[in-house]
Design a protein around this ligand. Structure first.
Ligand SMILES: Nc1ncnc2c1ncn2[C@@H]1O[C@H](COP(=O)(O)OP(=O)(O)OP(=O)(O)O)[C@@H](O)[C@H]1O
Length: 394
């Protein structure tokens, strides 16, 4: 499921209201009945206006009707949720244009976007629905009869959690992108102009970079945290030159936080050891570097948690509204996804069974390469970004 913003600029103010109404209705309904959509949207044009918008939205795949429905109703598609999130980012002036996709992870799409000043940023769209919910359903009860709400819920949780951690880490001076905004299942953050470590074939001083990464793991631990996916994909390596250009230092920047856990987590030791082992393995294979120092060990790191009066960021994040229940729900989904590596190719099985023409006319093909025109006026810059505007004046 790619972000395809082609249809965005054709939506009217009424269409946006109806789309928002479907989103609101899906909080309590697997399938939002048309009369409820009418009631929430309260369009001046009454029922006929709503029907017009419903068919416009369904045509471009932002809402979908289910085949076996006992009553007339709709549900929001991934595309519909993407549009609502982008709409919010655009109204708040965080995003003005949408460029190409730079990365696709197991759980997300990464797009380059820009604001109206032309500053490029990263839009991360969480897509927890790529897993088969059957696996998750076997051990969680929150999905009871709520399959389509579950991907929205889980993807939104991932974005909320990632945003909260990025904010806390950033405030503490950790090398992470700056979180700019969060809406629904998406985050806008600063673009880091640096390749992932996976793309680096050699470094002048592997021992120094290794030490830096291990100290990052230990610093996180002192603040009560384990990254949980500390690998060569999630560590960007930025080259910083001194003013006179004589020396270059390599600065690791950490990304990807939905799977972070507390040092108090019941499996903390396993996650800590796994993060350390990941760095060791990569350095041995790629840079033929093996540290002579043993460890670091979890039991030593554990003793440092909160030491010297440092803030425990696991507690900060919990206080930010990311509750234990949310953490549990998200963790179950992420673990299921980890255990299910083959299921990352598209929407969940159940989605595809239930959907009727979910992609509609806009489809999702070809969105990766081309430019996506969403605004009423096209402004092309050298990066191939195009203007994103909204036309409902809200
Ligand atoms: N702020 C950023 N600046 C520059 N590039 C980024 C940024 N965030 C993500 N990327 C790029 O996108 C890729 C995927 O990002 P990220 O790891 O956050 O997604 P993910 O879905 O969690 O991936 P996976 O689960 O496969 O690790 C990164 O490897 C990196 O190349």
């Amino acid at each position: 499921m790619l972000l395809d913003t082609k249809a965005m600029r054709h939506l009217t103010a009424e269409d946006w209201r109806v789309l928002t109404a479907v989103e609101m209705g899906s909080k309590n309904h697997e399938l939002v009945p048309t009369p409820l959509i009418e009631k929430i949207a309260r369009l001046k044009g009454g029922a006929s206006g709503v029907h017009k918008s419903i068919s416009a939205l369904a045509k471009v795949g932002l809402i979908a009707r289910m085949k076996e429905a006992k009553y007339d109703g709709y549900r929001l598609s991934y595309g519909g949720l993407d549009y609502l999130a982008l709409h919010t980012h655009a109204s708040r002036k965080h995003v003005y244009s949408v460029g190409s996709r730079v990365g696709v992870g197991k759980e997300s799409d990464i797009m380059i976007v820009a604001d109206d000043q032309g500053t490029q940023k990263i839009l991360k769209i969480h897509r927890l629905g790529r897993i088969s919910f059957r696996t998750v359903k076997t051990n969680r009860d929150y999905l009871k009869n709520r399959q389509s709400a579950s991907w929205m819920y889980l993807s939104r949780l991932a974005a909320i959690k990632e945003y909260a951690f990025m904010q806390a880490l950033r405030e503490e001076g950790f090398p992470v992108p700056e979180p700019i905004a969060q809406s629904r299942h998406t985050i806008v953050m600063t673009l880091i102009d640096a390749p992932p470590m996976r793309q680096i074939s050699s470094v002048p001083d592997p021992a120094a970079l290794y030490a830096e990464l291990i100290s990052l793991i230990l610093r996180l631990a002192k603040h009560g945290l384990i990254h949980g996916d500390f690998n060569e994909f999630n560590i960007l390596i930025r080259e910083d030159k001194t003013d006179d250009d004589s020396t270059t230092t390599l600065t690791p920047i950490l990304i990807d936080f939905p799977q972070m856990v507390s040092m108090d987590h019941q499996n903390a030791e396993m996650y800590f050891d796994r993060d350390v082992a990941c760095v060791k393995r990569f350095f041995a294979r790629r840079f033929h570097f093996e540290s002579t120092a043993p460890g670091p060990f979890f039991k030593d790191a554990k003793k440092t948690v909160g030491r010297d009066g440092v803030r425990r960021l696991d507690a900060v994040v919990e206080a930010s509204g990311f509750t234990k229940k949310m953490a549990k729900d998200l963790e179950a989904a992420i673990r299921a996804q980890e255990a299910n590596p083959k299921s990352d190719a598209g929407e969940s099985e159940e989605d595809s069974e239930e959907e009727e023409d979910d992609e509609g006319e806009s489809g999702s093909e070809g969105g990766e390469e081309g430019l996506q025109v969403i605004g009423d006026q096209v402004v092309e810059n050298e990066e191939g970004l195009e203007k994103l505007t909204i036309n409902d004046g809200t």
